[in-house]
Design a protein around this ligand. Structure first.
Ligand code: NDP
Length: 481
């Protein structure tokens, strides 16, 4: 595992200062440049990884098949098989296979996104006030490299959606229900891409890595495949796997998929329900926020800590577009119309969750960008100065924010995200468990992320991190966890 953190930590001493930023005395005990992802794999991690590699594709299939064949009743297939009403082979026989049309559509879709990503430098930052796009720098990697990125996701999202609406209202090249109508055949295409890109990234990491110093090999094939070998695999100077796969086939697709589900609901039931509108609007806010803040995303765990393997490659191609959109899919089969108080409650929960998510993330981003020379909740922020070492032996200095939401809990941004996630699920009413998968998954993902991130930060910052945990004792919810 990564380098151990130091012991015998003095208590945090943080005070408010009206003139300058406060900082806790720092003994500059940087950890030894081994703070990226694990070098050795314990049995629990290995077991979880093999479980996920084997089961995750079937979990996705099960959810989508349950909607297709059992109107989203998750227990339907199990009950049918247990009572002998159906065999696995019957269910499989009713599952639509991959089709030429789906393969063409998917190829066209991915090619279009690749072109938007690689061939169209960002122009949005030239006319949208406050938007940061164009060429931007990522965080320092464990090997001490700083990558440059072409940030043009907002532009890609806008052009893609412009084309979608132009087609729906003017051009009529294809039906807006096209995604729903080919949903399972497209699942096979997404799987092919997900496996292909993860396998390619693994081979590339071994034989022609972009930055060899940032590769990590654990000696365990499954771990390397799942969690990735290369940190920032690229083709050429600009095609960055992590930025492209997470953003484009994953997140640009998210809002299009929801729009297609809304179109299908209208086609089948004659109208679009308020629940479908809420899911479309709340998730669109989250997606647009992601692209508006794509530069900020360069500093999140996905980009600046995770290596690119099956977890990100397959996850972005299959898990994200198929399971993050379950609410919209469910509403095609169950056109829930919420009472006004229920709808308003869902909207408020979603908006308050979004507010916490955005403000917390913004506070950290602003704090880091200005090196602490900013106001958080109207005051000079409290700071813990820290240092760490990259693999090249260089010592770097950084700061941890102890004010605003980062003084309430160490990952309060996750709480906002969880509130938003719960709102999407509650929009689907109480008829079935399936749409609640998202909040269950996000709760597990983000709790695990807290632990994973804290392990990494403890390795990276040593005693300085322990000062932070002493100053802000709770991870997610003050007094609880
Ligand atoms: P964070 O944005 O919380 O970033 C964690 C990193 O921030 C740490 O590794 C550390 O990095 C730095 N940091 C931690 N504490 C402090 C502090 N007090 N002051 C300054 N810097 C600090 O985590 P994520 O990247 O996981 O999440 C970003 C957002 O994305 C979250 O809001 C999350 O909810 C969302 N998200 C959504 C997912 C989804 O599937 N919908 C999945 C994952 C995340 P450093 O090494 O730079 O110090």
């Amino acid at each position: 595992m990564a380098a151990k953190s130091q012991r015998n930590v003095p208590k945090a001493k943080i005070t408010n200062d009206s003139v300058t930023n406060d900082s806790v005395t720092n003994d500059r005990t940087a950890s030894q440049g081994q703070w990226g992802r694990a070098w050795e794999v314990d049995w629990f991690s290995l077991g979880s990884i093999i479980f996920l590699l084997l089961c995750a594709p079937f979990i996705v299939y099960y959810f989508i098949m349950a909607c297709d064949q059992y109107s989203c009743a998750l227990t339907g297939p199990v009950v049918d098989i247990a009572t002998g009403r159906a065999r696995l082979s019957d269910i499989w026989a009713k599952t639509p296979p991959i089709t030429r049309k789906a393969a063409q559509l998917y190829t066209l879709w991915v090619t279009f996104q690749v072109l938007l990503y690689t061939s169209l430098p960002d122009f949005c930052h030239k006319f949208l006030p406050g938007y940061v796009g164009g060429i931007q720098e990522g965080a320092v990697t464990p090997a001490g490299v700083v990558n440059k990125y072409q940030i043009n996701g907002l532009q890609a999202w806008l052009l893609t959606h412009l084309l979608w609406f132009a087609n729906a209202h003017l051009l009529s090249w294809f039906s807006p229900t096209i995604i729903f109508d080919n949903w399972i055949p497209l699942l096979w295409c997404a799987n092919i891409l997900g496996y292909a890109v993860s396998t390619f990234a693994m081979v590339k990491g071994y034989f022609f890595p972009t930055s060899a110093r940032d590769c990590k090999f654990t000696g365990n094939f499954f771990y390397n495949y799942m969690m990735g070998v290369e940190f920032n695999p690229r083709i050429g100077k600009w095609f960055d796997f992590k930025l492209f796969f997470n953003g484009r086939p994953g997140i640009v697709a998210w809002t299009l998929i929801n729009l297609s589900f809304a179109a299908k609901q209208r086609e089948l039931h004659g109208h679009v329900t308020n629940a479908m509108v809420l899911v479309n609007v709340l998730q669109a806010i989250y997606v647009i926020d992601f692209f508006w803040n794509e530069t900020w995303y360069l500093k999140t765990i996905d980009i600046c800590h995770d290596h690119f393997g099956w977890y990100l490659g397959w996850g972005d191609c299959v898990w994200l577009p198929y399971l993050y959109t379950l609410q919209g899919l469910y509403l095609v089969y169950h056109p829930v119309q919420l009472s006004t108080p229920h709808a308003v409650g869902v909207l408020l929960l979603g908006l308050v969750g979004y507010y916490i998510f955005r403000v917390a993330n913004h506070q950290k981003d602003l704090f880091r960008r200005t090196d602490g020379r900013c106001l958080i909740w109207g005051k000079k922020p409290k700071v813990i100065e820290c240092s760490y070492m990259s693999a090249d032996g260089q010592t770097h200095h950084s700061k941890l924010l102890v004010s605003g939401f980062w003084g309430v809990a160490r990952h309060f941004n996750y709480v906002g995200d969880l509130m938003g996630s719960l709102a999407y699920c509650l929009a689907c009413g109480g008829g079935h468990l399936l749409p609640y998968f998202y909040i269950i998954y996000m709760a597990i993902l983000l709790t695990h992320r807290c632990l994973r991130d804290e392990h990494r930060c403890a390795s990276k910052y040593g005693r300085d991190w322990e000062r932070y945990t002493a100053a802000v004792p709770y991870r997610l919810l003050p007094g609880i966890f």
